[in-house]
Design a protein around this ligand. Structure first.
Ligand SMILES: [Zn+2]
Ligand SMILES: [Zn+2]
Length: 343
């Protein structure tokens, strides 16, 4: 397992066994994901598929561009895929002709060139505008006649994007090389890895965690972040894992006294929010079987947590089960990738 990033500004983790390499979430830009893969010795060309836990931006920010660049399938639940497509797809509509004209006018203005209308022989296709907060923030000011187009559609594509897919991607920012659906609670296999997706309580369409089972080596690795509490099905899924990436999001006191508005505090603390250090410690004390080689604490809040607090709470909870051979505790961060964890 190689954690490329973990936290509210981006999540991505590589899980590999034998000849199969999977990427869980793609929450950084394509360029940054590739940069971090290079830094950790991970070969992007080896990745067989991307699996998505849920549609929040910190888990999908670089998804479309990376998937197109690598030409690999993306695994979602159907509800998560639908929610993601909606978030990529603008609400207000305009004809493709109008949209293309806007785009060309902006280009021409930027380059100081005269602009000519291309004519209306273009297909009657509609492009819609995103109204989500992230996109509205990133809209170019004064983009004209009230027609709103999402950043994904209008902005210059990342240099990451292959030339041939740039044009189509402007048309359909949610375009992927292939989409595969799975259902939570139903195992499936990709290459040499069996995948067990399990449902988690979080405020997204159909969020899940994953347990990956390397059949040939009989090793299990789990990725579970973004959950408000640890329900029985998650406790069950996390039995007998060798590497556990588990959320330890916030310190309760820091969150309560911190700068977040009341409504956001309520959301984080809710049953569909995030696990506190105390909640993670409670799981480790009461429900965790103690059998993991490494426990990676992840999705730490920058505002409402300190790595030392998260580590201390987990170490207390592990108690005397902490040894040289097992239960090593590692903290995953936002700024840089973790060294690969190899078993
Ligand atoms: Zn998240
Ligand atoms: Zn989330």
């Amino acid at each position: 397992m190689t954690v490329l990033a973990s936290g509210s500004k981006g999540n991505a983790t590589i899980v590999a066994a034998g000849k199969t390499t999977l990427l869980v979430d793609a929450g950084l830009s394509c360029r940054e994901l590739l940069r971090r893969m290079a830094a950790t010795g991970e070969d992007p060309a080896a990745i067989s598929a991307i699996l998505i836990t849920h549609e929040h931006l910190d888990h999908v920010a670089g998804l479309a561009v990376l998937a197109r660049r690598l030409g690999i399938p993306v695994f979602f639940t159907e509800a998560t895929h639908r929610a993601w497509v909606r978030s990529m797809t603008p609400r207000k509509t305009m004809s493709y002709g109008q949209w293309l004209e806007n785009l060309q006018r902006e280009r021409a203005e930027r380059n100081g060139e005269p602009f000519r209308v291309a004519g209306d022989h273009l297909p009657a296709h509609t492009v819609q505008a995103d109204e989500t907060r992230e996109t509205r923030e990133s809209l170019e000011p004064g983009s004209g006649d009230g027609a709103v187009v999402s950043l994904a559609a209008l902005a210059d594509p990342e240099p990451c994007e292959p030339e041939e897919s740039k044009a189509t991607a402007r048309f359909d920012p949610a375009l992927l090389p292939a989409v595969e659906y799975f259902q939570v609670g139903q195992r499936f296999s990709i290459g040499e890895i069996d995948v067990n997706p399990f449902t988690i309580p979080h405020d997204a369409a159909d969020p899940c965690g994953f347990v990956f089972h390397a059949r040939t080596e009989s090793l299990r690795m789990a990725v579970v972040t973004d959950l408000g509490y640890v329900p029985p099905n998650v406790k069950l899924a996390l039995r007998d894992v060798d590497v556990l990436l588990l959320e330890s999001n916030h310190d309760l006191e820091m969150l309560k006294d911190g700068p977040y508005p009341w409504s956001v505090k309520q959301r984080v603390l809710s049953r569909v929010g995030h696990l506190s250090n105390a909640a993670t410690a409670e799981f480790l004390t009461r429900d965790y079987d103690g059998g993991a080689h490494t426990i990676v604490l992840g999705h730490l809040s920058k505002q409402n947590n300190l790595p030392d607090l998260a580590r201390f709470a987990a170490e207390q909870a592990i108690g005397d089960r902490l040894s040289l051979l097992g239960n090593r505790i590692v903290l995953a961060g936002q700024e840089s990738p973790l060294e690969p964890i190899c078993l």
